[in-house]
Ligand binder design. Structure first.
Ligand code: ADP
Length: 549
């Protein structure tokens, strides 16, 4: 350096502004405290490394600033001032890097890094020359900035704009939950940079350097926002202890101000700040504690639930698989048995006696029940594994009900029950649904109605409900007690006293029916006034194809 410098400038033995300590030390210690804390908690995390680097750079800048204020040795003032001119733009660049990694979580822009390095290079090269600092002005005890300061401002403004643009873009693109984090991050970064740059620029323009002291208050704001992000969103994986350390550090720092501030006004100011910090700190820690506890409890519960759910799903899949295989294997022999009994009953293998005929009839009925059960199980496993296929078409439900009626008319007669179905000729009950599936469900309802009715009978009715066609199957049977109504359509659900009337029931028919009707965009439900009061089962099928909601 070609400077002609004086070791100790007599006139520079002045009392530094007391705000100097008030603004610098808390900012330095808070920054270092949080920076170090985050770094040691997440050593391998890039974001915490960048934060650590920012806090170190910022602290160096602040310490050098104190030195330039209080040191009367002009050589030292010039030396540290020169370095500060490099540290300052570095902080802006690091802030952009920090925001970028916070949002994007990954780092793969070698070209941009190279470009940034090239931008910084002139400052590093020209650091010890008069382009950076021209000379030491004895009357004002200050270094005079060289022409390079314009370039430094350019870099600072350029990176500030980049940060703002990046944060706005990220905010627009982010998902709802992440948007909140970006707002806190932006509030911290921007308030720090605004405070830091604004006062530096004003200081430079007016050469009233005292104003720069206020700029450092931006750092605690940035740190507070980070602390909030850490606690609220678990950025950096640190919880309670981070907030406690921050509050404790803040209180110790503010308290320690009392040792070196002399002015009465400042003492009052510090006193008030201390009381407020203790109060707010206590409230903050308490609320964070409650929130964290609640969050942890919830997390634990949801973890356990997820695990249990997973196991259940696996079991369920295994069960469906087993049922599917077992049913397939069962169906073939059952159908063969049915065929042979039919042949026996018809006398294809010779005449059978009355007794044998009776027994064969019983075997036939039992076999039918087994076939029904296997069919239900197969349907259930198809539905549960999503393999059930539905063929939607416009059909006349009147026709379908007529077919069902024809199938069951004889059975009703045998049981001495009436089975009614009245269809007016000109009425059209067209619905868009799967013909075979809906017939299966209606059949099952009529079958049940006949099974669970001892006296009276069953009526099948159709009604046009505007958007839907409604089928109602009303019986005068055993009815459904109120407490059983909510569970009737559940898997394997059977009424308490039904075994007497229907020995081989499984409790699957209604469940399978409900799943099918829902897949057909319809509705199925039951109404009953209570035990022995009869019941009505309803099905609603849409007239037009419904698009999925
Ligand atoms: P299952 O008839 O094989 O037991 P379902 O799923 O068809 O199985 O029926 C489930 C239960 O609903 C029956 O066990 C019975 O308690 C009740 N239920 C069904 N239909 C009627 C009806 N028409 N009247 C009274 N209860 C009925």
């Amino acid at each position: 350096m070609g400077y002609n410098l004086i070791t100790n400038v007599e006139s520079c033995y002045f009392e530094a502004p007391s705000i100097l300590y008030y603004s610098h030390w808390p900012a330095i210690v808070i920054a270092l405290l949080l920076g170090l804390f985050v770094y040691f908690k997440n050593r391998n995390d890039l974001l915490s490394k960048i934060l650590f680097f920012i806090t170190i750079t910022f602290s160096l800048w602040s310490i050098f600033d104190i030195i330039t204020w209080i040191n009367p040795d002009s050589r030292k003032v010039m030396f540290f001032w020169a370095i500060m001119n490099f540290l300052e733009p570095l902080i802006y660049i690091l802030m952009l890097y920090f925001a970028y990694i916070y949002v994007n979580k990954q780092d793969n822009y070698i070209k941009i890094k190279l470009f940034t390095l090239i931008l910084l290079l002139p400052i590093l090269i020209l650091l010890p020359t008069t382009a950076n600092l021209q000379y030491f002005d004895v009357p004002s005890c200050e270094s005079m900035q060289g022409p390079m300061i314009k370039y430094i401002y350019f870099i600072e403004i350029f990176f500030s704009l980049c940060i703002v643009a990046f944060l706005i873009r990220s905010y627009i693109k982010a998902e709802k939950e992440f948007k909140k984090q970006i707002i806190y991050l932006s509030a911290g970064v921007i308030s720090f940079l605004l405070a830091f740059s604004w006062v530096n620029i004003v200081g430079n323009l007016t050469t009233n350097w005292e104003i720069t002291q206020y700029g450092l208050f931006g750092m605690p704001i940035f740190m507070a926002m980070l602390a909030y992000l850490i606690v609220k969103f678990e950025a950096f994986n640190i919880k309670m202890i981070g907030a406690q350390a921050l509050v404790a550090g803040l209180i110790i720092l503010i308290g320690s101000q009392f040792f070196f501030i002399k002015s009465f006004t400042n003492q009052i100011l510090t006193g008030i700040t201390l009381v407020l910090s203790v109060g707010f700190g206590w409230m903050l820690i308490r609320s964070i504690k409650i929130e964290i506890e609640r969050k942890n409890e919830l997390q634990e519960m949801s973890d356990k639930l997820a695990k249990a759910n997973d196991q259940l799903r696996k079991l369920d899949n295994a069960k469906s698989e087993f049922i599917s295989i077992a049913s397939h294997q069962l169906r073939t022999p059952l159908t063969a048995i049915k065929g042979f009994i039919s042949l026996l009953l018809e006398g294809s293998y010779g005449k059978v006696s009355k007794e044998v005929n009776e027994v064969l009839n019983k075997v036939y009925i039992s076999n039918e029940r087994l076939i029904e059960l296997v069919e239900d199980l197969l349907n259930l496993s198809r539905i549960e594994s999503g393999r059930m296929e539905y063929k939607f078409e416009k059909i006349n439900l009147g026709e379908v009900c007529q077919e069902v009626y024809d199938t069951f008319a004889l059975r009703a007669k045998e049981k001495k029950l009436y089975l009614e179905f009245v269809l007016s000729k000109d009425a059209k009950f067209e619905a868009t649904t799967d013909r075979n599936k809906i017939r299966e469900v209606i059949s099952n309802l009529v079958d049940n109605a006949l099974k669970y009715t001892i006296k009276g009978g069953v009526k099948i009715k159709l009604a046009d409900m505007g958007e839907n066609i409604k089928v109602a199957i009303t019986d005068t049977g055993i009815g459904v007690p109120a407490e059983e109504l909510p569970y009737l359509f559940s898997k394997f659900s059977r009424g308490k006293d039904v075994s007497r009337l229907n020995v081989g029931g499984t409790g699957l028919g209604l469940h399978v029916g409900k799943r099918m009707i829902e897949a057909l965009h319809g509705r199925i439900w039951v109404e009953s006034a209570g035990a022995n009061m009869g019941s009505t089962f309803f099905i609603e099928a849409p007239k037009e194809m419904k698009t999925e909601e």
